[in-house]
Design a protein around this ligand. Sequence first.
Ligand code: SF4
Length: 468
Amino acid sequence: MREISAEERQRQQDFIHKIYEENQRSGRALKAFVETYGCQQNVSDSEKLKGMLADMGYSFCDSAQEADLILYNTCAVRENAELKVFGNLGALKHLKRKRPDLIIGVCGCMMQQEHIAEQIRKKYSHVDMVFGTHALYRLPEILDGVLRHGRVIDIREEEGSIAEGIHYVRDALPLAKIPIMYGCNNFCTYCIVPYVRGRERSRTAENILEEVRSVAAQGYKEVMLLGQNVNSYGNDLESGLSFAQLLREVCRVEGIERVRFMTSHPKDLSDELIAAMAEEEKICKQLHLPLQSGSDEILKKMNRKYTVAEYMEKIRKVKAAMPDIVLTTDIIIGFPGETVADVEGTLNVLREVEYDTIFSFIYSKRVGTPAATMPDVMTAEEKHEQFDRLLEVQNEISYRKNEQYFDRTVSVLVEGGSKNDPETMSGRTEGGKIVNFKADSSLVGKIVDVKITQTRTWSLYGELIEKE
Ligand code: SF4
């Protein structure tokens, strides 16, 4: 584990003050537009990027057109997200021509890949700042370089570090995302994450708990503990504190009423963690446990380090300890070598586990990963057919699972109003299900009881139960 040094933190703070002072002197009300692609970890990184920008005097706007600084925080997990970033960057060429002092930046996982950074360097000369995940905390220094000398490309081969002490501009109440570890050691053969995020490194429990106490004091009721492989938290720490122990400590923080975590690896789902989830009232009875495939042969090729039988054994334990748990998973269709019979195995697991929701994707080739050179069996058309079959099976299960909520009263943490109807509030159950109901916005951030009167495949509708 390597935290950035106090000197380095001070250096970045000095750049922040310098830019802030200059912005104040210019008298301009500068605006930034930050767009985030990908996972919750990236969303959390963007909250830090925004924190640094706010400290440098920027406020935020909702469109690139109005902005003085545009920053794309990118994702490298699937090709679609990459294409979108290139498309957006291309479209900014004209804007930059019209407004040469507009600053355009692109950062995050995509930029940690050499061939992508090279493509930006050569073909997108209107982009002013390019920096990878390991350099996020250096945004103030990078921006200073752009303001003084022009284009900065900060892609260094370095071990990932942990940058503590950065101010966040968080999403609105009531849910705060708290990264507890970074990186991944698993090297699933399809995944680019270990290459762009580096090896696992856990934050200390003291730093995490201090942050949880701080968000509780700001009024956040729910925390989501984040990590690419969150349940291997602590393996690299000398303290010996396990993830389950950390969760129990987070539950002790006054003001926090719900605790969630993302994303768990099945091999690291310990009996100790299942017990903590079952015993601690504040830990939401929801588990996202990526299966990826229901075929042992494909799991082996994916380097997932478990068999279907081992996965199912964990699911049995989880259900025995928490019969009402909401289970969700990730599935990849069309991994190299996958056959229709392999997909049948996946469908069988879906039918047996009865997940509430699945997040499914057609395999996307990632340059530099072992799977990128493995031969395919199915054609693109066959993959799409199998993908549709998967959705058909799951949609029926999801609908049936939601039907079970009819006439039940559930606790909902109210997140905000619906865009189309300000009199409708939306929130989540402990299991993460979206519930819509008529109420006013004074309930945002509160936990209320709602009786479910209508169920759909992806959401629930109900009536607020007024307390006496
Ligand atoms: S566990 Fe596998 S899929 Fe998840 S981030 Fe690590 S390498 Fe990628």
